[in-house]
Design a binder for this molecule. Structure first.
Ligand SMILES: [Zn+2]
Length: 226
């Protein structure tokens, strides 16, 4: 188990990487770590993740009430999108970190009304299964947590229609790598579409991949859409 200072350091490093990789722009997105059974460390609202500092990290309880700390910046507020994180943590006792970002290619798929659910790349099938799209939800309302609630139980990566993506992990690095894989996958599919179309893996190949997941230490079941 990481110490509180390691969690803070990791969260800052992942925020900066996510910004550099273009998964977020301006002050968009929010990331969090469940640091104890009852407390969550998250990025403050309206913070550029590329310039984030320790004072921009806030602690709240599982109901989303701010727990003031001496290290936080004056006037720092929790994000309205934190509700989505809290919902995912309540649905998934096995996850301890969440990355919510707006990666351009993946979001482009939702804007175009296209799905990323097909089983195409072995890496994606094994680690995340199919990536579903949650229905459109008005930002900052309860529609947002409600839109992902059920999908969060069975998926580690979800697209948010006309909005962004959210990924879950046992730690913040694992959640970040899933965001990276998701956007890389979206780019690969876009290139395939430009080259004439995506050819999904045959059902038999998908079954074979699912049967060898344990070799990679992957034990949580994934759902693959046929
Ligand atoms: Zn967002």
């Amino acid at each position: 188990m990481s110490s509180a200072s390691e969690h803070r350091k990791d969260l800052i490093e992942v925020c900066r990487l996510a910004y550099q990789r273009g998964y977020l722009c301006g002050t968009e997105g929010n990331l969090s770590i469940r640091i104890s059974e009852r407390t969550i460390l998250s990025t403050a609202s309206a913070t550029c993740k590329g310039r984030i500092e320790d004072a921009d990290l806030l602690i709240c309880d599982q109901e989303g009430n701010l727990i003031p700390s001496s290290s936080q910046r004056n006037g720092a507020r929790l994000s309205t999108e934190l509700k989505m994180h809290l919902r995912a943590y309540s649905e998934r006792p096995d996850i301890f970190a969440i990355v919510h970002a707006h990666p351009v290619t993946a979001v482009g798929f939702t804007v175009a009304g296209k799905s990323l659910e097909q089983a195409v790349l072995p890496e994606v099938v094994c680690t995340m299964g199919s990536i579903p799209t949650a229905p459109y939800a008005t930002p900052s309302t309860d529609e947002v947590p409600d839109s992902i609630g059920e999908l969060a139980r069975t998926h580690d990566a979800i697209l948010l229609d006309h909005h962004g993506a959210i990924t879950f992990g046992a730690d913040i690095w694992s959640a970040f790598y899933k965001m990276e894989t998701l956007e890389h996958f979206a780019k690969t599919i876009m290139v395939a579409e430009l080259l004439g179309g995506t050819q999904a893996l045959p059902k038999q190949r998908v079954e074979q991949l699912l049967s060898i997941r344990s070799v990679y230490g992957l034990t949580r079941p994934v759902i693959v859409k046929e």
